[in-house]
Design a protein around this ligand. Structure first.
Ligand code: NAG
Ligand code: NAG
Ligand code: NAG
Ligand code: NAG
Ligand code: NAG
Ligand code: NAG
Ligand code: NAG
Length: 779
């Protein structure tokens, strides 16, 4: 059956090629097209370079021609497929290697600097462009998900998995040969941090320029820059009689395969660093967990959850909307904790309690924030959704209790049903056998190819580049946020060539711009120090900033991540910075307005610290990055740029410098930075607003130059009225000064949390006397 389909594929896809002979030397003026000559063979006919049928159209790649599966080992421009039937691949007479569409439009296929004089499909599986006897470009330098014997994975290069067996676009996992010598496997949809690596060789002390190598005998080893073998990864058995390859499969598992001479055989997996197909972190997406019921990894939703996309089970699960929030006839809902055994999740609790299992249950049920509780060893770890990195473990991983809300009457019934239908969808075909799934896939591919003959396909013009930013759709873990991604040139147009500067901050310069033919004004911040290193990290940070939404925060509208350019697009604030508002405008805000502004800022910080999904420490709060809108409402800008708040709230941040006069003393002492650093900065900003003067005023008499010291002196001397330019209510003034003094306490622990500060400003709680015996503030 399968053989019939595969031969059909061959006949339909390659009909024109059947009689053609290969030639290993490709001269200038040669061309390929799916219609006439689809591929060039290597000298022995083992490898082919050219068009292969893909997703109803074609892709350009290299495959093993002599075996039945025609396994593809390299794909060009993998994220911009399929290609239409009417494209042509040309090695032009002037030495360019280009893809030409029906309209004659040409796209360069390589980044080669010199013109080619010939090309060759080598028997190693390497496709090479030469300029006389020099290699100017080769596919071995730009691997996709596979390396072949003799193809080193050099320092700084990586393999990227495909989305699935049939979808060759960039998927979710990477094998990176790091410049520090370590070979590491990471998921690519979350920041590349060591805690998310799921395998590594640990060779980060052996020097740089280490490469991963595979030889003809199927031996995998690391070489250092002087060519010394610094370690074998496998113990090779018998040398493969025909071919081997190392592939980062779409399930994130690295496998070394070998193939025998017999063309009807299948690849057999010889070696893998993983012994469990659920090893790749986050394979199943959010709120889902990976199990291996019968040799194959399967993604499963916990009780009360359903797949985000029933056709693609590795995208994760969401709450079953028909059970959440539904009410019975009398309008009651019931929260139920459903239990799962032996499933391990990312350990990311917001609260850890020492309780018995029953107490843990009760505690979570009563706590409206608690969405799940992981119970193990008498510890109750309360978590919020999404749960991530779920996998079934044979060892005792404890119990997961998941809160499910039902309409009261049908509770138990529903949950039983759910248990049965919890997605047991097999997403991964067996690698050794041609299972049912493959037959279905073959039918699908066949159907698509047939479709291609009648369908009109549009070839998409894209820049040819192997480092394409992966599509959003590949990043299953991040929620959709309507953030717009801009190109650099779009923003160049929007800002009229970056002419009108609005200001400069510690992170970069801000320019005025407009979108929609000038209808919507924007502020574009050009980051000067790149905040996050990796592409994925940057975009994830953008998303976490984009997810924030509060009336006292400046809204991020989009970003640009284009080459080396990193720009942020914000809503435009017509009244400029707080600094200008206080010090430069003709009319100073009155006392009530100043209190209102202070409260605006405190509420914005409260949202960042406690209310938004990813808690954020601002790290550089000062009057230059607080902006004023048309109504004189204050909004905080630049949040999230320093770094995301670490879950333990105490990670030391380095490399960021706050603004002089506003930074907390712990910065200068190199102590861990917590949310209390923002409380300190807020305290100074509050005093600046209240007193309507700068934090450091070199023109003032010496004892008044540093605002915080002067406030402190006046407070001690009971002369706070000296601090404000106008007559104000003495009691109100004193309250504000007290709040400010509490916030700028030397000891971070003594400063109130921002929530308390908001309550103090609102006047809903008492403000105790600030501790008096104080060292003076010197900075
Ligand atoms: C290969 O191509 C070269 C030049 O195009 C030609 O001289 C040679 O005869 C060809 N060899 C075969 C085996 O077709
Ligand atoms: C390559 O070509 C250059 C000049 O075209 C010549 O000097 C050099 O010796 C050649 N190298 C080899 C290895 O043939
Ligand atoms: C590593 O390789 C790069 C590029 O080939 C080279 O510039 C660098 O000097 C090498 N470093 C070492 C330590 O060999
Ligand atoms: C490579 O390894 C060899 C043997 O361990 C060592 O002598 C040599 O210094 C290493 N080279 C580098 C550049 O670290
Ligand atoms: C959600 O649960 C209901 C039962 O309450 C079930 O009938 C339905 O199929 C579930 N929905 C999905 C999308 O699975
Ligand atoms: C409970 O189940 C009954 C029948 O099974 C159904 O008619 C009723 O609508 C359900 N109530 C809720 C709240 O789902
Ligand atoms: C390819 O070109 C032919 C003839 O120019 C045209 O009839 C056909 O529709 C085109 N096919 C596609 C897929 O563009």
């Amino acid at each position: 059956m399968v053989a019939i389909f595969l031969s059909l594929l061959l006949i339909t896809g390659f009909s024109a090629a059947i009689t053609q002979q290969g030639n290993s030397t490709i001269s200038l003026g040669s061309s390929l097209s799916p219609n006439t000559k689809p591929y060039w063979l290597s000298g022995s006919g083992q490898f082919a370079f050219g068009f292969y049928p893909y997703d109803g159209g074609f892709a350009i790649g290299i495959w093993l021609e002599k075996i039945r599966q025609k396994t593809v080992v390299w794909t060009a421009n993998r994220d911009d497929l399929p290609l239409s039937r009417n494209v042509t691949l040309l090695l032009t007479n002037d030495g360019r290697f280009v893809l030409q569409d029906e309209q004659g439009q040409q796209i360069a296929l390589t980044n080669a600097q010199q013109p080619a004089s010939s090309a060759s499909m080598l028997d190693t599986g390497n496709f090479v462009l030469y300029n006389s006897n020099l290699t100017i470009w080769e596919t071995f330098d730009a691997p996709t998900d596979t390396i072949l014997p003799g193809q080193p994975l050099l320092a700084g290069n990586e393999l990227a998995s495909s989305i699935s067996e049939t979808n060759h676009a960039t998927g979710n996992f990477r094998l990176t040969m790091q410049r520090d010598g370590n070979l590491v496997q990471y998921p690519s949809y979350i920041p590349r941090k060591s805690q998310y690596a799921y395998w590594s060789t640990g060779t980060y002390t052996v020097g740089d320029n280490v490469s991963l190598n595979l030889n003809r005998n199927g031996r995998l080893f690391l070489l250092n820059s002087t060519g010394f073998n610094i370690g074998d990864l496998n113990k090779p058995g018998n040398p493969p009689s025909y071919q081997s390859r190392l592939t980062l499969d779409f399930d994130g598992i690295l496998r070394l395969y070998s193939h025998s001479l017999s063309q009807d055989d299948d690849w057999s997996a010889e070696w893998s660093p993983s012994n469990n197909d659920c090893d790749a972190i986050g394979l199943c997406g959010i709120n889902a967990y990976c199990t291996i019921p019968e040799k194959k990894a399967v993604c499963t939703c916990p009780p009360g959850f359903d797949f985000l996309d029933r056709g693609q089970h590795n995208l994760g699960c969401r709450r079953n909307s028909s059970t959440v929030g539904c009410t019975s006839k009398n309008g009651e809902t019931v929260d139920v904790l459903q239990e799962l055994e032996r499933v391990e999740w990312e350990d990311n609790p917001y609260s850890i309690l020492s309780l018995s299992k029953t107490e843990c249950r009760e505690n979570c049920l009563k706590d409206s924030e608690c969405e799940a509780a992981l119970f193990k060893d008498q510890e109750c770890r309360k978590q919020k959704f999404p749960l991530r990195f779920g996998t079934e473990r044979q060892d005792n991983s404890g119990t997961t209790m998941i809160k499910v809300r039902f309409g009261s009457s049908n509770t138990t019934q529903v949950s039983k049903e759910r248990k049965k239908q919890q997605g047991m969808g097999v997403i991964f075909g067996s690698f050794a056998l041609l299972g049912f799934a493959r037959i279905v896939l073959a039918i699908l591919v066949f159907a698509l190819i047939v479709l291609a003959f009648s369908a009109f396909l549009i070839f998409r013009y894209r820049l040819w580049s192997y480092k394409k930013v992966p599509y959003e759709v590949n990043e299953g873990l991040v929620e959709d946020v309507p953030l717009r991604a801009f190109t650099y040139s779009q923003l160049e147009v929007a800002t009229n060539g970056f002419v009108e500067q609005l200001g400069r901050g510690s992170f970069g310069t801000v320019f005025k711009g407009a979108l929609h033919n000038g209808q919507r004004k924007i502020a574009v911040k050009r980051l000067e120090k790149v905040v996050a290193e990796g592409d994925v990290e940057f975009r994830n940070e953008m998303r976490s900033i984009g997810r924030t939404n509060h009336r006292n925060l400046v809204q991020l509208l989009g970003y640009c991540h284009d080459g080396f350019n990193r720009l942020l697009v914000y809503e435009y604030m017509s009244n400029g910075t707080l600094s200008d508002y206080l010090f430069k405008s003709q009319i100073k805000p009155n006392w009530e307005e100043r209190i209102k502004i202070s409260l605006n800022i405190a509420r914005g910080i409260l949202y960042l610290h406690e209310e938004c999904k990813t808690h954020i420490i601002h790290c550089d709060l000062n009057p230059n990055n607080i902006l004023m809108d048309e109504q004189g409402c204050a909004k905080i800008a630049d949040f999230g740029l320093a770094k995301l708040l670490m879950p333990d709230h105490s990670k030391t941040l380095t490399g960021i410098r706050g603004t002089r006069g506003y930074v907390a003393p712990e910065w200068l002492k190199n102590l861990p930075i917590t949310v209390k650093a923002d409380v300190y900065s807020f305290g100074v900003v509050l005093l600046v607003i209240i007193c309507c003067r700068r934090s450091i005023d070199v023109n003032a008499p010496e004892e008044e130059a540093v605002l915080v010291n002067w406030v402190y002196d006046c407070f001690k001397a009971n002369e706070v009225s000296k601090l404000v330019p106008e007559e104000v209510d003495q009691q109100s003034l004193e309250r504000m000064i007290r709040i400010g003094l509490w916030c700028i306490e030397e000891d971070p622990a003594a400063r109130p949390p921002i929530k308390k500060v908001v309550q103090m400003l609102e006047g809903t709680i008492e403000i105790p006397e600030p501790p008096c015996a104080q060292a003076s503030f010197q900075h």
